[in-house]
Design a protein around this ligand. Structure first.
Ligand SMILES: *[C@@H]1O[C@H](CO)[C@@H](O)[C@H](O)[C@H]1NC(C)=O
Ligand SMILES: *[C@@H]1O[C@H](CO)[C@@H](O)[C@H](O)[C@H]1NC(C)=O
Ligand SMILES: *[C@@H]1O[C@H](CO)[C@@H](O)[C@H](O)[C@H]1NC(C)=O
Ligand SMILES: *[C@@H]1O[C@H](CO)[C@@H](O)[C@H](O)[C@H]1NC(C)=O
Length: 361
């Protein structure tokens, strides 16, 4: 879920109303979280709700001596002594003063704004801090998602995030997919993370970066589509593609092709270097299917189906060990006096050679 900026702006763990004590060493009265470049309200109110239109109040940021002045409301002189860092970025709410509300708005927060801020009334309540707020500034840009076609991988990059997010890939059912961290670096307080995952089905996948115990999430989606159809006429030969992305030699690796139908799977081709008896091959395909023996050394497990028929229509799976690549073969038997056309659709998710990744990683 991506929270709109307004939510960042108004979010705080507890709203403080004029508690009039806070030691600088103790825990802050409340914490406000904002994402970099968003605006934020730092809350401060007198519990008495007394009118402060004529009162002086000052916001300071801890951490330097003297403390940096963030904002000063003086009924006579406006913004006196304000630190340059906050110039033209901080404002109060004039209409709220009569209700004792000395909250300020800080625009375009930066990571450097992180820190503890105190609001005080040096004239009316000189000895106490009226509120002490911890401001936490996070940074996150939308994850950048890509398909690495040559490797059959989905990649997600989260650049410059703070605090360090957890990053994961999920499928459209919200199930987390196993992924591999390929970059995990910190640079000037920002984290750069990249993860990769392999997918076995077309569909939409989401990369989610989560920060601060699920409080902040930002995600990007990528959809993996079916490959373009290969069209041949009925009676022609069809090549069903399946190959290993890194082009490694597969001469000694068994693989098989099956046709998936309502009644189960039919073996249409078996490549088994240790056992050449292709006994389990389905009747329908006997003598019609061959591989490219000279291409095995380049990782190419494609097959040819000769003399295609409209009954060849269906889904085919190319398998190495336990990993599968579905390939759809669709024969469009348009009626009429003209020749029937067969359409072969190979579904490789727009990724060539996904099998290799599935098989060898
Ligand atoms: C902060 O941003 C808001 C909304 O964009 C704007 O109305 C306001 O004037 C800005 N405040 C300052 C001090 O620039
Ligand atoms: C003070 O004013 C700000 C800005 O309008 C508002 O968000 C906040 O809720 C107010 N605080 C109180 C205690 O009313
Ligand atoms: C705010 O002060 C508390 C202790 O009072 C400290 O633990 C915390 O780190 C400070 N926050 C920041 C952002 O400096
Ligand atoms: C595999 O071999 C077939 C038949 O020669 C060819 O059509 C196909 O393009 C090859 N695949 C790759 C990825 O090289």
């Amino acid at each position: 879920m991506e929270l709109p900026p307004l939510l960042f702006l108004s979010f705080c763990f507890l709203t403080l109303s004029g508690r009039t004590f806070a030691a600088e060493s103790g825990p802050p009265d409340s914490r406000v979280i904002v994402m970099e470049d968003d605006d934020v309200i730092l809350p401060c109110s007198l519990s008495t709700n007394e009118n402060i239109e004529k009162a002086l109040f000052v916001w300071k940021k801890e951490g330097t001596v003297p403390l940096k002045v963030v904002f000063m409301f003086d009924p006579s002189i406006y913004s006196k002594g304000q630190d340059d860092e906050f110039k033209d970025r901080v404002s109060h709410f004039p209409g709220e003063l009569k209700y004792g509300n000395a909250s300020i708005r800080m625009n375009k927060t930066q990571l450097a704004d992180q820190g503890n801020y105190t609001c005080s009334f040096p004239v009316t309540q000189p000895s106490v801090k009226t509120s002490r707020i911890e401001l936490v500034v996070g940074a996150a840009r939308k994850p950048y998602v890509t398909i690495l076609k040559d490797k059959g991988l989905l990649q997600c990059e989260v650049p410059g995030a703070f605090p360090k997010p957890t990053v994961e890939w999920k499928d459209s059912n919200g199930k987390t997919l196993p992924s591999k961290m390929v970059q995990d670096e910190e640079e000037q307080g920002r984290f750069h993370l990249t993860i990769q995952t392999t997918v076995t089905d077309p569909g939409c996948y989401r990369c989610i970066a989560t920060q601060m115990e699920k409080w902040h999430q930002i995600s990007s989606e990528i959809c993996v589509h079916d490959g373009p159809p290969v069209i041949v006429k009925e009676g022609d030969d069809a090549i069903l593609p399946c190959s290993v992305y890194d082009k490694r030699n597969i001469e000694s690796m068994p693989f098989n092709w099956k046709k998936v139908g309502p009644a189960g799977q039919k073996v249409i081709f078996l490549y088994d270097p240790g056992n050449d008896g292709r006994t389990s091959q389905d009747e329908q395909f006997r003598g019609r299917v061959s591989h490219f023996s000279d291409k095995l050394k380049n990782g190419n497990a494609s097959i040819t189906i000769k003399n295609t028929k409209s009954t060849d229509n269906g889904k085919y799976i190319c398998s190495f060990s336990d990993r599968n690549l579905p390939v759809f073969l669709h024969v469009d038997a348009a009626s009429g006096n003209v020749m029937i056309r067969a359409t072969f659709i190979s579904v490789t998710f727009g990724i060539t050679g996904i099998v290799a990744v599935l098989t060898f990683l």
